[in-house]
Design a protein around this ligand. Sequence first.
Ligand code: AMP
Ligand code: MN
Ligand code: MN
Ligand code: MN
Length: 278
Amino acid sequence: MKIDLHNHSYYSDGFLSPTEVVDLAKQEGCDVFSLTDHDTTDGLLEAQKQADKIDLKLVHGVEISAMWNNMTVHILGLNVDINNSILQDGLKQHQDFRKVRAAMMARGLGGAGVFNALEKVKLVAKKGMITRTHFAQMLVQEGVCKDMRSVFKRFLTGKKPGGVGAKWAQFDEVISWIHASGGQAVLAHPLRYRMTNTKIKRLLTHLSAAGLDGVEVVTGSSSKDEITLVSQWAKEFDLLVSSGSDYHGWPNQRVRIGHLHDMPNVNKTVWKDWSWLN
Ligand code: AMP
Ligand code: MN
Ligand code: MN
Ligand code: MN
C-alpha cells in the first residue's frame, strides 16, 4: 500500500489546487493520501470530491502550528473530523493571527524599502490564507531576493525586517483540539527544527506527556540514517510512526508525492487502526 500523509494545496502554501494534488497523488500511484494544509481544513471539501471521483482514499488532515518552549513546531492532525467545532475554533484563532501577522510583516518590510507588501502578497496568495511562503514568493518576484531560501534568511526570521514573533497556541492545546475532533496528533518533520538531538528528545518528552500519538519518521527529504534515528525515538517514546512527503509543489521543490523511503517499524503505523482504510 502506497501512502503519503503530508501534503499541501493552495489553501495554505502549496502551489496546486486540492483537485490537482489529489490527481497527482493518484498519478504517482498512491492508495492513501492526506491533504494537510497549514492551520486550515478548507481544501478538504474539494479534495474529497475529486478523491471520490477517481477512487483515491483521502485522509482528512491538517498541519497545525504550535508553540513549544517559545519555538514553533508543526503538529499534524490526521483522520480528523473537519466539522468538529473545537478544532475549527482553534484553527480560526490561527487564521486570525495570520492576518494580524501579515500586516505586521508588511509594515516591517516597508521599513526595509519593500513598499505595499500587503497588497502585493495578497495577489500571490490564491485563497484567504497568507503564509511566509507567500511573502517569500512575492519578494522573489519583486527581484528583492534570488530565491525563497535567501528571503527567509534575510527577511522573514528572528529580528529581520519581516520577522514577527509567533503566537500560535501551545502544543498541549493543539493536541487537545486534534483529539477533540477524533484525530491523531503526529509531530511533523522532527529534524527540521534546528534543535540538537537532546532538545528534540525533550520536545518529544513534553509532547508525549500531552498525549502525542505519533511522530513523522519518513518525510520526502529524509535520508536512511535520519529515518533510523527517528524510528529509534519512536520506539523509545512509544509513539506510532507516520510517513509523508510534505509536498508543496513549488516549481523548484524536488520532493514528489508518494516518493518515500520504506518505514522501518511497519506494525506501529499511525493508520493501523483506521478500519475504514481496509
Ligand atoms: P508560516 O506557517 O506562515 O510561518 O510559514 C512556514 C512555511 O514556510 C513552512 O511550512 C515552509 O513551507 C516554509 N519555509 C519555512 N522556512 C523556509 C525556508 N528556510 N525556505 C523555504 N521555505 C521555508
Ligand atoms: Mn509550508
Ligand atoms: Mn511543516
Ligand atoms: Mn507541511
